[in-house]
Design a binder for this molecule. Sequence first.
Ligand SMILES: [Fe+2]
Ligand SMILES: [Fe+2]
Length: 315
Amino acid sequence: MMSDTLEASAPVQPLLAPFGAEPLIVTDLYGAIAGQGCSLVDLTWEQQRLHEARRWSVVEMLSGIDIDAVSDSDRNLVWNAGRAELTTKPGADRLERQADAECRRWLGKDDRVAAIMQACGTWSRYWNEEEAHHETAFNRLSTLLGLEAISDETFIEFRQVFPDDDMLRTLTLLAISEIVAAVNYANCSRVIADPGLKALFKQVGADEIQHMNYFIAFAKALVDSGAYPAKEAFSVAHLFMREGGELYGSRREQVETRDTHVNWWDHLEHRSGLFSPEAIEKKQMLVYHALEKITGIKVSSPEAVEDTWMDLVGC
Ligand SMILES: [Fe+2]
Ligand SMILES: [Fe+2]
């Protein structure tokens, strides 16, 4: 029989969700770690369950597409998406490395922040694998459609790793990048005629929304911890929202040229008469939503984003 002392000191096993329940994204990550005492094993289990529940097969998805029925306009969408998705692997590789380095930097100073960083770095393996589905689906399809091939030189150029930045800025930027991708794919899926190709764009768009929600959760946890000031989230949002900012993609008069890495969403090729995804207002709405979730501050215009950022800098 177990003694009272042993029973009292028996480890608590906090379950994030009852066994058999739908897997979920832990949206209050700081609360789960600091309040409920959730361990990294618990959090990783939830990440694994959601990843498994969302798996789909690129081979099966491509077999459902009528290659001969894909229009010129839709071919253009596939080609652009393939190039954009090539740049996600260096983003995920960078996040994995940076999150682990940040984890070790915080260890002993604030172990809760260290745990948030490790949960983020651990999730990056699922993110990377899911983006691999997107990249290979669109680029294989480009090959099957006989579109302009991606040379090894371009492939390697697009794999250049992103430079490091403050972690809250990085996570906010990634959340916004997923918003841009999700809205673009949703718009594409609406105009595509072939049901198989429509389903592929819809599926990829749904993955991007799920990625956005993860980035929001990690960013919110950093703000909730008190270790990262909300102004950093607003500073990145301002870069995207300002007139002629990154949200306007390749339609801007001046698109940044970077020596370090490629962001194809900045360079989408628009050909006259062919559909191109934009929906700036929808993207703006989702950015406001993300900022509110991350910081608790509600905004509803690009000017309010800038004003709030300036106010927070002045604090
Ligand atoms: Fe993607
Ligand atoms: Fe994504």
